[in-house]
Write a protein that binds this ligand. Structure first.
Ligand code: 5GP
Ligand code: ZN
Length: 108
């Protein structure tokens, strides 16, 4: 989607600090960090929110959690622990309409 900032990041048309990438997913540092480690894990395929995923998307959703595990190890927060947040819909405050998992860690 042309007007989606995360699709532009996937296409490398927008600047960002990519920490992980594979054919189906990407992880990058949040532009407005809320914790010492604040990374967003996204599917490369545009999906507006968790509420709008299709059955065919379920394998990629599972894959995203494997990516979370890999990135946690890479960032050194796997053993210490971290928080995952998925905002879904207007009342959650979702502001970017491309599914993403927030990884927050590096402090209690
Ligand atoms: P949401 O509120 O939708 O769950 O979270 C969207 C997140 O995306 C926010 O934490 C925001 O800081 C981050 N974000 C928005 N635009 C950009 C951007 O252009 N680059 C990066 N790296 N993060 C962004
Ligand atoms: Zn998108």
């Amino acid at each position: 989607m042309d007007d989606c900032i995360f699709c532009n990041i996937v296409k490398k048309e927008a600047d960002c600090d990519i920490v992980y990438e594979d054919p189906d997913s990407m992880a990058f540092t949040d532009i407005n960090k809320q914790a010492p480690v604040h990374i967003l894990v996204i599917p490369k395929k545009h999906m507006r929110s968790l509420a709008e995923i299709k059955d065919a998307d379920l394998p990629i959703i599972g894959h995203l959690f494997d990516v979370v595990n890999k990135v946690a190890q890479q960032q050194g927060i796997s053993k210490k622990g971290y928080r995952l947040v998925i905002n879904c819909g207007i009342e959650s405050g979702q502001s970017v309409w491309h599914l993403h998992i927030h990884m927050l860690g590096g402090r209690r």
